[in-house]
Design a binder for this molecule. Structure first.
Ligand code: MN
Length: 321
């Protein structure tokens, strides 16, 4: 998905100064963002006061929306730089096309992982023939400096490893959970998992105390470390935990996001992650000139023009201890 905000803020993220070293329970309220004519998403990251969780730098939750008589998601070609996009569905389908020539339908609980590296462009659309409901999350992972210019590539994994226990089934989206490892490429120590709970389940998730974590509620009613979490909201958990108690009061599903705190300061604007204002300005100008980001073939419509850059440039902040 694209950040379709026509006046996107330039935000500075990353760095130890933003990380909470201790376990905390910080509820993050979503910001409602309109995408196009009819679609609304709830943006959890970046959030006021909480911009990243590990290398996770962007989290939108959308649906479930009844799109029986609607076109659904229609996001025209747009560029990315310096990040990976994770498409994750609970209901519906998304057809992905990119400038490498990939053409892939992503279905519920399949991983669509696009590593932009230095430059890629893609489109995402609900196929003409589609399910009634669309429900999912769109997430971005920041690439570390050493890998942010890797060759762009797209991976689709319909089969992912699971961790199961009575009343509990976790699909490992990225990284490793309890010994089960996703085949998706990662560039920093990170984890993403989709957790399905049946009503009454009270599992304890094994965590890495060096990671920071957050949990996004996708559906149902569950308590995360005793905090009730409604669908579309997220609880930031800090670092220093070896396990996480969950309790499902109905059938519920959650996404666990975590990773080693992202030490590098990054500059994020529109669909780009760079290290300086100049990185961003150059990417914007190359996209507008039709350079560097390639061409998405087969999408019925023009690409998305970049918004205007904000007048006041930001520099990444110094690391704070
Ligand atoms: Mn996108």
């Amino acid at each position: 998905m694209s950040n379709l905000d026509r006046q996107p803020a330039l935000s500075v993220c990353g760095g130890r100064g933003f990380v909470v070293a201790e376990p905390v329970r910080e509820l993050l309220s979503p910001r409602t963002v309109r995408l196009g004519e009819s679609t609304e998403v709830r943006r959890l990251l970046p959030n006021l006061g909480r911009r990243m969780v590990g290398a996770w730098a962007f989290v939108d939750h959308y649906g479930p929306d009844d799109i029986a008589d609607e076109p659904g998601m229609q996001v025209a070609p747009h560029p990315h730089m310096g990040l990976q996009t994770v498409s994750w569905l609970h209901e519906g389908e998304v057809l992905h096309r990119d400038s490498l020539g990939s053409l892939q339908t992503v279905r519920p609980r399949e991983l669509g992982l696009m590593t932009s590296g230095r430059a890629i462009s893609h489109s995402e659309e609900t196929p003409k023939s589609h399910s009634r409901f669309l429900h999912g999350a769109q997430l971005w992972v920041a690439l570390p400096d050493a890998h942010r210019n890797v060759e762009p590539h797209f991976q689709h994994h319909a089969e992912l490893p699971h961790v199961t226990a009575p009343g509990f089934d976790a699909t490992v989206i990225l990284g490793e959970l309890d010994g089960a490892e996703s085949p998706g490429s990662t560039y920093t120590p990170i984890v993403g998992a989709d957790v399905t709970l049946t009503a009454g389940a009270e599992p304890r998730l094994p965590l890495n105390p060096d990671f920071e974590y957050a949990v996004l509620s996708m559906s149902g009613e569950a308590q995360v470390d005793e905090v009730p979490l409604l669908p579309g909201s997220m609880l930031y958990l800090g670092c220093g935990r070896t396990e996480l108690p969950l309790r499902a009061t109905s059938d519920a599903s959650l996404m666990l996001l975590g990773g080693e705190p992202f030490e590098e300061e990054i500059v994020m604007w529109w669909n780009f992650i760079g290290r300086s204002n100049d990185d961003i300005a150059q990417a914007r100008s190359e996209w507008m000139n039709g350079d560097r980001f390639g061409e998405v073939k087969g999408y019925d419509g023009p690409p998305i023009p970049a918004p205007e850059l904000p007048g006041v440039p930001l520099k990444p902040r110094g690391r704070v201890r």
